[in-house]
Design a protein around this ligand. Structure first.
Ligand SMILES: [Zn+2]
Length: 284
């Protein structure tokens, strides 16, 4: 078993009208929870890491642990570069074994966004690496940066068509009202816009910032062409809250095998729920 691209996974999801959950992982334990839970439910799954996650855990460690996890669980597994911006950084990680990339040039003007992404696509497709890019801009917490959320940053459907044609990307992340991190107000997704994007664009669509959005809204977005649902914050909260509770009940605890286990169990529940929400169980 080895790490695969997300191209076939997402095409299958598009045909079957379900979504692949992409979970942000940070270390051995979070990778174990996601992969073992997905294997138990026979769900295809994507493990995602932002640049700061690779800096924190080490590229070679992450690639080795994910490769082992794929092999031990007999699961075709994609390790995905989430919100990467530098071509040299992406090249380095692709050469280390990663086969799925998100190049985020969404902060650049349209023409520069296209040029930057087209360059990355040209490199990645030589290695059979799938490429996701974002048009429009999500608000909220992005790795270590705070981005303002405004409707003017939403994805323009006709621009999306041109963007996909000129960049050659395999999947498109859309900005339709979701945000990264915690929501301060009830989130509202622009389904009319999503339906129009789906009419204009034939590649799989991606929803970022799915933590805190109701299951009903996620299901509706899947029915309108979303094939990949990114989940990060909900996992972190479940894990951290369970560890905090254990430590408050056992103030003398110092064995990581003891205090990390409740975090893993709480995270497993969230992973199971997200797989059910995406309707990806049994799709391997
Ligand atoms: Zn994101």
């Amino acid at each position: 078993m080895y790490l695969i691209s997300t191209r076939e996974m997402l095409k299958n999801a598009q045909r079957g009208r379900y979504a692949i959950p992409a979970f942000n992982v940070h270390n051995l334990e979070t990778i174990q929870v996601v992969v073992e839970t997905a294997a138990n439910m026979a769900s295809p799954v994507i493990l995602a890491g932002t640049p700061s996650t690779f800096t924190y855990a080490g590229l070679e460690y992450i690639v080795s642990i994910c490769t082992q996890a794929a092999s031990l669980n007999k699961l075709p597994l994609a390790l995905h570069l989430d919100h990467h911006e530098e071509l040299t950084d992406i090249c380095h990680k692709v050469k280390a074994g990663v086969r799925s990339v998100m190049i985020d040039a969404s902060h650049l003007p349209f023409a520069e966004n296209i040029d930057t992404v087209a360059n990355v696509v040209q490199f990645c497709h030589r290695y059979d690496v799938s490429v996701e890019a974002e048009l429009g801009r999500l608000g909220g917490q992005e790795d270590e940066l705070i981005v303002d959320s405004k409707e003017s940053f939403y994805t323009d459907p006709s621009a999306a068509k041109k963007y996909v044609a000129q960049t050659g990307i395999d999947s498109l992340a859309v900005a339709i009202g979701s945000a990264h991190g915690l929501y301060h107000d009830e989130p509202h997704l622009d389904f009319k816009r999503l339906a129009e994007i789906q009419r204009q664009v034939d590649i799989p669509l991606v929803l970022h910032g799915a933590s805190g959005i109701s299951e009903e809204m996620i299901r509706q977005s899947i029915s309108l062409g979303i094939c990949k649902v990114n989940v990060a914050t909900d996992l972190k909260i479940a894990f951290a809250d369970a560890v905090k509770q254990y430590l408050s009940e056992h103030p003398d605890a110092n064995d990581p095998r003891k205090y990390i286990t409740p975090g893993k169990q709480a995270m497993q529940q969230v992973v199971e729920n997200k797989i059910l929400m995406c309707n990806s169980a049994g799709k391997i």
